[in-house]
Design a protein around this ligand. Structure first.
Ligand SMILES: C[S@@+](CC[C@H](N)C(=O)[O-])C[C@H]1O[C@@H](n2cnc3c(N)ncnc32)[C@H](O)[C@@H]1O
Length: 254
């Protein structure tokens, strides 16, 4: 399994991640629960989006961004967030050295071995809580145009990204956490049908970059799909059901 973030400059992906809005709302809802008693949040695979860090700073919480990709961390540094360049499977931090560890849409890019070690690392460095958020594309359905884009994405990203990981997230985490003194809470965030083309079009542009790298024979199909989605996005009445965000909050009993 080749990690798409290890190749290319990913300008499209940088712009897409910076515009994430619903995933930020989900992180806020999960973090809100224990915010008063906690002082630090480590965001593993933070990407370039600075909203979470800004919101935590307003709440007097220290936000630390960790990622393998230097250009993403540069964006975090521009907002004065402390950064650590590292692999999620090897965090250069002591046991229980942050209050909360947070990881959103990262496990889906990792091989099963790396995923297992990353989950253990998340649990090791956090004193109180670990938050995991992943996509489950099995709910993603809409018009013929949307469905053919979805199927094209599944085909191109096949060996690189697990778009259905959210479905098995609880199982994955239980498998990797040998400690029995943990509470594991699962919650799905589902949205009803709506016009989410403002999320889909940036994803389609990132898919084009991925196709150029891994499946150049699919480039034309992605371009055609972008054209069809752009046209459909102009019709406000057309709606689709987006992927579910599957979340796990692990609490440690110290
Ligand atoms: C889909 S993006 C999500 C970014 C961010 N968590 C968000 O939700 O906006 C995946 C992120 O994980 C990072 N990443 C991928 N593999 C990683 C690894 N092995 N260790 C650390 N970060 C990794 C990528 O560089 C990228 O920033």
């Amino acid at each position: 399994m080749a990690n798409i973030y290890r190749s290319g400059s990913q300008e499209n992906e940088l712009m897409r991640l910076q515009k994430f809005s619903y995933p930020f709302t989900v992180s806020q809802r999960l973090l809100n629960i224990g915010l008063q008693n906690n002082k630090s949040v480590l965001d593993i695979g933070s990407g370039p989006n600075t909203e979470l860090g800004k919101w935590l700073r307003q709440n007097q919480i220290l936000y630390i961004a960790a990622d393998i990709k230097y250009i993403f961390l540069q964006e975090q540094a521009k907002s004065s967030h402390p950064t650590i360049q590292c692999k999620s499977s090897s965090l250069p931090l002591d046991n229980s050295s942050v209050d909360i560890s947070h990881l959103r849409f990262v496990l889906m890019h990792l091989s099963s071995d790396e995923r297992r070690v990353t989950i253990s690392e998340m649990l090791r460095v956090s004193k109180n809580t670990s938050i995991f958020i992943e996509f489950d594309w099995s709910t993603f359905k809409g018009s013929e145009t949307v469905n053919s884009f979805r199927d094209l994405a599944i085909d191109i990203l096949d060996t690189h990204v697990d778009l259905f990981l959210g479905k098995n997230l609880r199982k994955e985490i239980l498998k990797s956490s040998k400690n029995t003194g943990l509470t594991v809470n699962h919650r799905n965030f589902k949205r009803g049908p709506g016009n989410y083309y403002n999320e889909l079009l940036p994803l389609a542009n990132s898919l084009l970059s991925a196709a150029k790298l891994f499946r150049p024979e699919k480039e034309t199909s992605v371009n055609e799909s972008i054209g069809a989605l752009t046209e459909e996005s102009c019709h406000p009445a057309i709606s689709f059901v987006p992927p579910t965000l599957s979340t796990i909050v692990v609490e440690k009993h110290n």
